[in-house]
Design a protein around this ligand. Structure first.
Ligand code: IPD
Ligand code: CA
Ligand code: CA
Length: 296
């Protein structure tokens, strides 16, 4: 199937036609993940609790092979194999399996995430490239989220939009907790405070899907500390193209290396950023209920 897809020339200003090819790759990788899903997998540990499975590696190998076949000059940054830098204007951000912990425990919430960035003469001097195309595929629900810069976002080909919720107290939000250095992460305070001020906060275990669920209006917002570029590259473009907003915690422009991600439908963004300001300043922090008191 890949033989009929037109490659994106590295020197061209056009990135048309890339989305169908990206979608084919994401679906193929998703099918491979499903083949592994019900098998008993050997789980390895990268760090404390950072699980990695044979499926992560096989998915990335497949994705890299497909990218190489069609766009041999493009750079690729993948979670498992790192950066192949050939000095291209184009860079792929590959999370071959976002939600590995869920996957390894048999909890069906995971996806494949592919983001494509392009550097131009203008943006090369000012830092990172422009996110131009993105695909996130959830093989458990057969949901393919996609976006191209300036052309909106889709779910299985149908246009999607962020929600219309305008007040924080009516929001359903999502967050995630890192697998590394969890003892150093203050997110439990953010989780607690924001839970008290909204309809609730979900923690589903796949940042790329959390972002897509903001784009589809299922969540009104999402935040997480310390995400990597392969977690966010695709989902951020999909949120923006669905009419949402993504920034750092203080409202400054989001960058792939920011390690601070707050995404929303735009309408509640200022209120969410204000929550962050207050929590970082320790203003209005509700004490966590004491379990010993509760037990009595
Ligand atoms: C993880 C997931 C999770 C998030 C972690 C990520 P991985 O990615 O996106 O939701 O909370 O911070 O590392 O390791 O499953 O690809
Ligand atoms: Ca990830
Ligand atoms: Ca991963």
């Amino acid at each position: 199937m890949t033989g009929v897809l037109r490659p994106v020339p590295d020197t061209s200003s056009s990135h048309e036609n890339v989305l169908p090819a990206m979608s084919v790759i994401a679906r193929e990788a998703g099918a491979l993940l499903m083949d592994y899903f019900h098998q008993h997998l050997k789980i390895e540990y990268k760090g404390d609790a950072d699980l990695v499975t044979a499926a992560d590696r096989a998915s990335e190998a497949l994705i890299r092979e497909r990218i190489r076949q069609q766009w041999p000059a493009h750079d690729i940054l993948g979670e498992e194999q790192g950066l192949s830098d050939q000095g291209s204007d184009y860079r792929w951000y590959v999370d071959p399996l976002d939600g590995t912990t869920n996957f390894a425990h048999g909890y069906p919430v995971f996806c494949v995430s592919l983001g494509l960035e392009r550097r131009t003469l203008e943006n090369r001097s000012s830092g990172p490239g422009k996110r131009i195309a993105a695909v996130v595929y959830d093989p458990t629900r057969d949901e393919l989220f996609s976006a191209e810069q300036g052309r909106g976002a889709q779910l299985n080909g149908e246009t999607i939009h962020v929600s219309q919720t305008a007040t924080l107290k009516e929001c359903l939000l999502a967050t995630g907790f890192p697998s590394h250095k969890r003892h150093k992460n203050p997110n439990i305070y953010f989780y607690h405070q924001i839970t008290l001020h909204t309809h609730g906060v979900r923690r589903a275990g796949s940042a790329a899907l959390d972002l897509c669920n903001v784009a589809a209006g299922r969540f009104d917002g999402f935040w997480e500390f310390n995400l990597n570029p392969w977690d966010t590259a695709a989902g951020v473009l999909i949120v923006e193209e669905a009419g949402g907003k993504v920034t750092r915690f203080d409202g400054a422009a989001f960058e792939l290396n920011s390690r601070e991600t707050v995404a929303s439908n735009g309408l509640i963004h200022d209120a969410l950023v204000q929550e962050f300001k207050d929590i970082f300043a320790g203003r209005g922090l509700e004490a966590l209920p004491d379990p010993r008191v509760y037990k009595r």
